[in-house]
Design a protein. Structure first.
Length: 386
């Protein structure tokens, strides 16, 4: 078994998602998120000596760590931009622990945020291979690419629309117990999901995340310093990461998508199995992404998620609590900060601070992140004890 990482989360800060953020800046949202995380950690700004941020921070396409450091008024001894799409949040946590282990710093703030202005769609001169091999055939965006992966699962394994809709149903149901969720007061039925508009066959509207604005930050420190934290520390016990492709046309076979490597690696490092997890905080930009993860954890066989979701319940009282904050399908996806919401929910649950959605006797959580088109994947095992 690989050595467990030396790191713990001692502070969290998350802004409530909003559909549009008129008059806000990404740097401003970053600052708000970091302030909340530092306050929650019970430390001073001067104790932060590490900084991890996401790419293309709104107004700052280059020199991102320097710009954010200046804006926050900190002078880190370790800083970096983490670029893993939706896997960035989870990827930051183990990178922070690795930097601490290497002696480069002791306390790292990891932050992601994004504004979302009505009618403002950022464009970039994208020159990667997608433009040559995918776009000419119509695969020009995430909806189309993920639709292809969902269709492949349906054709290979016989999964049905109702099975995927079940994932969205539980996300929205769990969101009803999270006042911060963007769909907190908007219940849906399975029929609502199946009857929602077909966006990219076979994907329905309510199987796809809704973009919004928001931000999230976590403070990671050494296991030794975590002992003096003002709140219960949440320890990183295992991590795994795997990238296999970028364009969906270059994706490996459906049974070799990268979660089949990253999730088992995190569990192995923690010395645990999927059945030992009390919370599955799984990245859910599309229902099909959750399906492939359930099959990668080892709690159901490859191609058999359909039976699994029909036979189990996924709220905080269920036998497999899944995305108890509502996931991104119910909570909202504030760009890269959407992935960080899965980390924060795991911390909230492990601290026992989840209120009416609290999982009883929780000990461990599996957190995942996914970037591009099931391309970049990260998995973490978090626990309340070292």
């Amino acid at each position: 078994m690989a050595k467990r990482p030396n790191g713990a989360i001692i502070g969290i800060g998350e802004l409530q998602p909003i559909r549009y953020s008129e008059g806000k800046t990404t740097l401003g949202l970053i600052a708000e998120s970091v302030q909340l995380a530092i306050k929650d950690a019970g430390i001073s700004k001067e104790e932060i000596d590490g900084l991890l941020v996401g790419p293309q921070v709104g107004e700052t396409p280059q020199h991102v760590p320097a710009t954010v450091s200046e804006y926050l008024g900190i002078e880190p001894t370790m800083s970096n931009t983490v670029d893993l799409g939706g896997a960035t949040g989870a990827g930051m946590v183990w990178r922070a622990a690795a930097a601490i282990e290497a002696g480069m710093c002791e306390t790292v703030v990891c932050v992601l945020a994004n504004k979302n202005e009505k009618g403002n769609i950022p464009r970039s001169p994208n020159r990667n291979p997608i433009r040559e091999f995918d776009v000419p055939f119509g695969a020009s965006g995430a909806n189309t690419s993920y639709a292809l992966l969902k269709r492949q699962h349906m054709e290979v394994y016989g999964s049905k629309q109702e099975d995927f809709a079940c994932i969205a149903y539980w996300a929205r149901k769990n969101a009803l117990k999270n006042p911060k969720a963007i769909f907190y007061d908007k219940p849906v039925s399975l029929e609502d999901i199946l009857e929602s508009p077909m966006i990219s066959d076979p994907l329905h509207l309510l199987e796809i995340v809704m973009p919004c604005a928001g931000g999230a930050a976590v403070v990671v420190t050494s296991a030794d310093k975590a002992k003096q934290a003002s709140k219960q520390a949440v320890y990183l016990q295992g991590a795994g990461e795997k990238i296999t492709h970028r364009a969906v046309s270059q994706a490996p076979a459906i049974d070799r998508l990268p979660f089949v490597y990253s999730i088992p690696q995190a569990l192995k490092q923690a010395g645990m199995e999927g059945k030992d997890m009390d919370l599955l905080s799984l990245y859910d930009c599309y229902t099909s992404v959750v399906a492939t993860q359930l099959e990668s954890i080892g709690i159901c066989a490859q191609g058999q998620f359909s039976k699994f979701v029909r036979d189990h319940t996924f709220d905080h009282t269920g036998d497999f609590p899944l995305n108890t904050h509502g996931g991104q399908l119910g909570f909202g996806q504030a760009d890269l900060a959407g992935g960080m919401s899965h980390v924060i929910e795991a911390v909230v649950q492990l601290r026992g601070e989840a209120g009416e959605r609290q999982i009883p006797n929780i000990g461990h959580a599996l957190v995942t992140g996914n970037g591009a088109t099931l391309s970049e994947t990260t998995a973490l095992v978090l626990g309340g004890e070292r």
